[in-house]
Ligand binder design. Structure first.
Ligand code: SF4
Ligand code: SF4
Length: 139
């Protein structure tokens, strides 16, 4: 088939290899092990709030698709580990979500302390973004 959707899901482009490699480096996970069984998505309690299912995030990551950095799913993930427990390939999906959050934070913010944020920014930023940033700066 030649429509955009099937290309999106099944085509790996060599120019996307760097993004995929970065996600693997930061997460420590071998995302090529994923065979898209969907167990992670079916066990996630928050899919109704996500724009991409956890299994789709993994697929986008496998393909090194930049769109994964614009997804809100990694910010909705609460690191409950339901998906990791059920993944038959032993992938820690929460680690992949964390890696994606780190990549977004490193792109959009050089470094900040909570004191530098306005009250509006503190209200609007997802709490997990603040936690990720603090982890990044203290790790
Ligand atoms: S760790 Fe994140 S992606 Fe996995 S089940 Fe929990 S909320 Fe969903
Ligand atoms: S449970 Fe594991 S193998 Fe199955 S889709 Fe999710 S990440 Fe891939």
């Amino acid at each position: 088939m030649s429509n955009g959707t099937s290309e999106l899901y099944f085509t790996f482009r060599p120019e996307n290899a760097a993004l995929k490699a970065k996600i693997e480096e930061l997460s420590g996970e071998n995302i090529d092990l994923c065979f898209q069984c969907g167990a992670c998505s079916s066990s996630c309690p928050l899919t109704s709030e996500m724009d991409l299912l956890p299994s789709t995030v993994i697929r986008y990551a496998q393909l090194g698709m930049e769109e994964v950095l614009g997804s809100k799913t990694p910010w909705i993930c609460i690191t409950c580990f339901n998906c990791e427990i059920r993944c038959p390939r032993g992938i820690d999906i929460a680690n992949v979500m964390e890696a994606i959050r780190e990549m977004v934070l490193r792109t959009k913010y050089d470094k900040f302390t909570l004191d530098e944020l306005t009250p509006e920014e503190l209200r609007e930023l997802p709490q997990i973004a603040l936690i990720s940033n603090q982890r990044k700066l203290t790790a």
